[in-house]
Structure formats: structure tokens, C-alpha cells
Ligand binder design. Sequence first.
Ligand code: HPA
Ligand code: ZN
Length: 326
Amino acid sequence: LDTERFIARLPKAELHLHIEGALEPEMVFALAARNGVALPYASVEALRSAYDFENLQEFLDLYYQATQVLLTARDFHDLAASYLRRARDENIRHAEIFFDPQAHLRRGVAFEAIMEGLTGAFDAAASAGGPTSRLIMCFLRDLDEADALETFDKARSWLDKIAGVGLDSAEAGNPPSKFARLFERARAMGLHVVAHAGEEGPAAYVAQALDILEVERIDHGVHAIDDPALVERLARHRVPLTICPLSNIRLRVYPDMRAHPIRRLMAQGVVATVNSDDPAYFGGYVNANYLAVAQAFALTPAEIATLAKNSFEASFLAEAEKRQLI
Ligand code: HPA
Ligand code: ZN
């Protein structure tokens, strides 16, 4: 069976997707026009050709700049609806979706606008046969913990629509330990907890996310490969990694897919999942990420199916919900 078709037909869950990273250049221009926002790019092509990154920070600078076109509930709705249509077409049955409230609140966008827009699109997709979605509120680790705690307070009346909290943005020099109180508070409120760790940062940040933040999954986590005892710990406790292969290549975490550690992590028993991160920027949605890994390592259909099965195991769905979706 042709690998591409095999991947396309597999039911999958996506667990590492920044909704702001699904903002395609065409939509940047459409929303800029609708909202009267000036852009420093002459055309969709000029913007797309700026998507050539040396590292995480260069990407983040463009990502935060593009988010400036997101102003109204309708904008957030259209963005989420566009991602979910794409996800449905790729046979994604369930998505656990990050958003960055601090990137919007600091521009004067109200929490209500973000939440009404996103959850409206989630509900519409779920009623139309899927995918189902959950929301993970991410905090920007390059800001201080006080800003995160203040933002968490603003989310109070929306917590019934938020499944968990996460940590993203510039990793180097911003260790998980900086957010110990925030995560303690989130756990005490019964929220799920995840964190980006070991993307550009060291294996020690992955260990900190486990020990100090007590996260249930690690986002990226690829640098765990540098610490064999840590890899063994992830495997033994079945702590999933939400790996984003094309992102790691585009942000030059690894020079090419053959150098990526996903295959070695799988071989050592780690619950690896494959995700798109910021698909509008990194050249592919979920199926393209599966295909890139499958081709680089000549994965068997059984190995590819294990990655998809892992995505449901690693999700926050209840067991009965998983059985319904697979
Ligand atoms: N890494 C860290 N922060 C992010 C990313 C990423 O890949 N995408 C959006 N915010
Ligand atoms: Zn990410």
C-alpha cells in the first residue's frame, strides 16, 4: 500500500498545534484588509518568502508580527475553522490546540474575543462530525511569571472551556523552574499541564518540566535524547512527547530528517507522537509530517500506525471517547 495513502487514511489526533501558527499568508492578508492593519509585506508571496528561519527566535519574531491581524472574535473563529477543515481532510479526529493569550491581550484584544471565536469554531466542527477539539492555554516563557499569573487570573471565567496549560516561546534561558508557582496553581485547579521543553533547550529542561512542573506530556522533548537515563525515564513512565519533525528541521534543531532522533526515541520505547506545530510556517500539516518521518526512516505500516495510536493514548480524551474516535 502506498505510504502517503496509508497515512492519509489513518485516524489521528494532533496534540501540538499553535492556532496562531495555522495562520496562512493568504489569511494574514485577508484579515489585514478586513481590519485595516498595515503590513510590511507587499504580497502573499513576499510574506511567504520571509519564511526562512535560522532558529526559533527568527520564527517567533515573524509569528508574533503576523498575529497582529487577529483582532475580533470573527478573526479567531475563521482561523480555527480553517485549521479544523484542513484537519478533517487529513483524517484528524481530535485536536488539542494551543493558544497564546498574552500575545493578544498585550495588543488590546479582549479574552472574550479570543475565546468566543475559538470555541465557536470548535463547537461548529464537532457538531459537523469532527474533529473534536480541546484548548490548551500557553504562557510565554520569555515574559515573567507575574505576567503569566495575571493572565491566568483573566482566564478565570473561561476555565470550563480550557483543558490545560502549557509553556511556549523562546526557550533558551527560560527554564521551566521560572513557572513553578503558575503550574502549581493550574494543577490545583484540576487543569492538565504540558510544557515545551528540549526543543532548543537542553535535556535538563525536560527533566525540570517533569520534576518541577509535573507535566503529563512534553512538547518537542527531542533533546531528551542527549540523556539516556532521561529517555529511559520517559519510556518507563510513558510520558508522551509531542514531536514536530518538520518544525525541527525548519528551525534548524537538526540539519535534516535523517539526523532527527524520533526513530531512536521510538526504538527506546518512548511514546512518540507526530504533530505540525505551526503548519502555515513549517511547510506541512500532520500528514506531511508523518510522511517525512516515514520516508526518512523507511518506517513500516505497523510503525506508522503505532505513531497514530500513540496520539490517542497521549491525548486528554477519556477512554470511552478514544474508542469512539478511532
Ligand atoms: N516553539 C516555541 N514556541 C512556539 C512555537 C515553537 O515551535 N510555536 C509557537 N510558539
Ligand atoms: Zn510548539
